[in-house]
Design a protein around this ligand. Structure first.
Ligand SMILES: Cc1cc2nc3c(=O)[nH]c(=O)nc-3n(C[C@H](O)[C@H](O)[C@H](O)COP(=O)(O)O)c2cc1C
Length: 334
């Protein structure tokens, strides 16, 4: 299936919602799009090799038109394979390709991609060149400030300069290094300390590069402050766990004159989408598992969430029940 090219191609995005495996699938992205009409959305990481060889390309590539602007994230280390992946991304209508050099998973690193590639700038440069030469989308990169012992400013600076020369259009930098031996992926997102200063120094030394900061950002005020130093801010865990905390992105960051939606309104607006998903053989839980995080910090939030989960386990989570529960939220003013 081919989707028409969208015209939202730009390298600048003040706010983006991080790629997160098992979280940022198309359903979560639809929920986020109801919250912000502007933030850049990312797919989960797609291993380029798996995409090329699978006969279920739709499963990896399909997204909803409303999701634009949307970046597809690839992992890989083979320029020939990435070439094919780039063509597919463009044909499918993505707005941007992002290359993952930040994932510390041993599974990913054993295939010699993800964060371990930071030790091989020449390979990364070839991958970026291959992506660039085979599509006309912006090609961006997501990486760490270092990996293992290669964590000096000069190695980061050299890496970024080399990759900029290969044509990368934006650098999203998770401001902690990756430790490939001894820490699992989860620990690699908390234990190595955040170091925004090194990224700030990098931006100061390379003012023409578009640099987006990522890691540990938990509210809109922090984003506004970070935008004084960086071109963009990427938010991961905080937006997944607390989507409504971010309900004023469009107003406070993009200056749009609109009202932010309460949880009930967001859920009601998703009902046709959920109905369509069911019609195509999907399950309510595929979408509702992301929706439950919308309901927090209000009386009986836990009960609301439990009811959704229990009904789902009993295979009784249908639209009528969802509407009933959401009407209760609306009655309470949420
Ligand atoms: C569950 C989970 C899955 C993730 N999957 C990816 C991924 O597929 N690709 C990627 O580049 N980063 C991935 N990350 C890292 C995030 O994109 C982000 O860089 C990291 O969580 C730091 O940002 P935060 O502190 O705002 O969460 C993942 C993070 C989490 C928590």
């Amino acid at each position: 299936m081919k989707i028409h090219q969208h015209n939202s191609i730009t390298k600048f995005h003040k706010i983006s919602i991080a790629p997160m495996m098992d979280c940022t699938d198309k359903h979560f992205r639809m929920i986020m799009r109801k919250i912000s009409s502007k933030a850049l959305l990312y797919t989960e990481m797609i291993v380029a090799q798996s995409l090329i060889y699978t006969d279920q390309k739709e499963r990896f590539l399909n997204f909803n038109e409303e999701e634009h602007p949307i970046s597809i994230q690839f992992g890989g280390d083979n320029p020939e394979i990435l070439k094919e992946a780039a063509k597919m991304a463009q044909d499918w209508g993505y707005d941007e390709i992002n290359f993952n050099v930040g994932c510390p998973s041993p599974r990913v690193c054993s295939g010699n991609f993800g964060a371990s590639l930071m030790k091989e700038p020449e390979t990364v440069a070839k991958c970026i060149e291959s992506l660039k030469n085979n599509c006309n989308l912006p090609v961006t990169i997501k990486h760490r400030i270092g990996v293992d012992k290669a964590d000096s400013f000069s190695s980061l600076d050299n890496f970024v300069k080399r990759i900029a020369n290969s044509g990368a259009d934006r650098f999203t930098i998770h401001a902690r290094k990756a430790i490939l031996k001894g820490l699992n992926p989860k620990q690699n997102r908390t234990i190595p300390p955040l170091n925004y200063e090194i990224v700030k120094k990098l931006k100061e030394s390379n003012p023409k590069l578009i640099i987006e900061i990522n890691g540990g950002i938990t509210n809109i005020e922090q984003c506004i402050n970070a935008l004084n130093d960086f071109d963009g801010v990427m938010i991961g865990r905080s937006i997944y766990k607390h989507p409504l905390r971010w309900s004023e992105i469009d107003q406070k960051i993009y200056g749009l004159n609109k009202k932010s939606k309460p949880a009930s309104k967001i859920i009601f607006s998703l009902i046709p989408y959920i109905e369509n998903h069911l019609k195509n053989g999907g399950k309510t839980w595929d979408i509702c598992k992301h929706l439950i995080n919308l309901v927090e910090g209000i009386p009986k939030a836990k009960i609301w969430r439990n009811q959704i989960s229990i009904k789902s386990i009993k295979k009784e989570l249908n639209i009528a029940y969802l509407l009933e529960l959401t009407s209760k939220l609306e009655e309470m003013g949420y």
